[in-house]
Design a protein around this ligand. Structure first.
Ligand SMILES: [Mg+2]
Length: 208
């Protein structure tokens, strides 16, 4: 087949080049964009009123007594995991997220496996996609990733509320402040070359 120079759509080609030259930015979902989903489900199941302050240093699901664990997991598989969960970004911060999405090759990445019901954990992907579609519609499904853990992620910048989920292959890790990580010291973060940010507003100041 003859190759004709004038067949190339240079507008498309320029857009493609701009896109692949963008830095990659991976943003966590739980406790960065949406807050307390697991705690709300635990309170609903147990009939309690625990707050984030009550679960400093451990997971909300650890509040469930051992003999009720299986029943709780079966319950989780039946309900909308994010019902009544609080969206963290303010309207102003949603605009910041949109600008980050324009400037960077941005993806939302969430771990989704609950080990005790690992084979049924795909259900949580559906809940997460519905939440993103409703609250962050500028993030299309091809910009959403579900992984069992984030240690394999390679990117320029990664934002997560768990130090253990920041990938060694991220060029810059950002720890997003949450009650459970408030006690991690600056010197500990410095050792791991991670910086802390308290809000998406602060992240916008850094990255935009
Ligand atoms: Mg998280």
């Amino acid at each position: 087949m003859n190759f004709l120079f004038h067949d190339i759509d240079f507008t498309q080609f320029t857009w493609y080049c701009q896109d692949i030259m963008k830095k990659t930015l991976i943003v966590d979902l739980d406790e960065v964009l949406v807050e307390k989903a697991m705690l709300i489900r635990v309170n609903e199941f147990l009939g309690t009123n625990h707050t984030l302050e009550d679960i400093k240093g451990f997971r909300a699901q650890d509040l469930v007594p051992t003999h009720l664990k299986l029943m709780f997991l079966e319950y989780l598989l039946k309900v909308d995991f994010y019902k009544d969960a609080k969206i963290i970004p303010t309207p102003r911060e949603i605009e910041i997220l949109k600008r980050l999405n324009d400037k960077y090759d941005m993806s939302i990445c969430s771990d989704y496996i609950t080990p005790e019901v690992a084979w049924e954990s795909g259900k949580f992907c559906g809940d997460k996609l519905a939440l993103i579609r409703h609250n962050f519609p500028f993030m299309t499904p091809d910009k959403v990733m579900f992984v069992p853990n984030k240690k394999c992620l390679a990117c320029d910048i990664q934002i997560d509320d768990r130090l253990s989920q920041l990938s060694p292959f991220a060029k810059q890790g950002i720890l997003f402040t949450a009650p459970h990580n408030a006690e991690i010291t600056d010197s500990e973060l410095e050792k791991q070359k991670v910086i802390r940010k308290n809000s998406l507003d602060e992240i916008g100041d850094l990255l935009l």
